[in-house]
Design a protein around this ligand. Structure first.
Ligand code: GRF
Length: 222
């Protein structure tokens, strides 16, 4: 009998709804994302995602940023806690905090984020509204390694999709989110399988520097 492949130990950070976390848990349960989620940590005690029944059996913790007097002291507490779980990868799944340079450097090459835009376009908040306001014909989502520049780290993979004439923020956000739920577990899978890494500032995929983020066809084209 072939030995079971080892699972990549990960810690997932959330701040809110946690739908990407749920997608990762479901992909892992289907055998499509070989990770062991050692802990889920929220910086908000009221994060909706903490109530998700999909988290049953997974260690969940709250480190409330409001209880810390500075970004540095919060990040230090967060880092110390994360490291007790010895993750090989830290996953930012809707973690809505600006991280200090020391924290980011500590997880260099082993921290992934998902962002709801085609980075480098539209870093920051309210991406769907800004895309519509700008009259863009295309939108999407990006998984990237986290560096000190918020939403600015080397991009790993994207899903691009057309913006429809009748789109509003709600419809666009829903389509992008559905693609995030496919894209993030897949990118994490590549990392877990050793296919994806960061060499200084270059993303390596199967040992070669990616000239551009990998593009996935959208499943939700309509
Ligand atoms: C997602 O749109 C993600 O791209 C962004 O925050 C949102 C989190 O959603 N970073 P959820 O909490 O995973 O549902």
């Amino acid at each position: 009998m072939a030995a079971a492949k080892p699972l990549l130990p990960v810690v997932v950070l959330i701040s809110g709804r946690g739908s990407n976390l749920q997608a990762i848990i479901e992909a892992a349960a289907r055998g499509e994302c070989p990770v062991e989620i050692r802990a889920v940590i929220s910086n908000r005690p009221d994060a909706e995602g903490l109530q998700n029944t999909a988290l049953r059996g997974i260690r969940t913790l709250v480190i409330d940023h409001a209880c810390y007097s500075s970004r540095e002291s919060f990040d230090l507490a967060l880092m110390t806690t994360i490291d007790t779980f010895e993750p090989a990868l830290v996953v930012l799944a809707g973690f809505m905090r600006i991280l200090t340079p020391g924290f980011v450097r500590h997880y260099h090459g082993r921290m992934l984020n998902i962002h709801p835009s085609l980075l480098p376009d539209f870093p920051g908040l309210n991406t769907h509204a800004r895309v519509l306001e700008a009259g863009c014909k295309e939108h999407g989502t990006t998984v990237h390694f986290v560096t000190e520049e918020t939403d600015g780290g080397p991009a790993v993979a994207q899903v691009r999709m057309p913006v429809q004439d009748n789109d509003n923020v709600t419809s666009l956000a829903a389509r992008v989110l559905a693609e995030e739920h496919r894209l993030f577990p897949l990118a994490i899978r590549w990392f877990a399988e050793g296919r994806l890494s960061l060499d200084n500032s270059h993303v390596l995929y199967d040992g070669r520097a990616l000239p551009a983020p990998r593009q996935l066809e959208p499943a939700t084209l309509r």
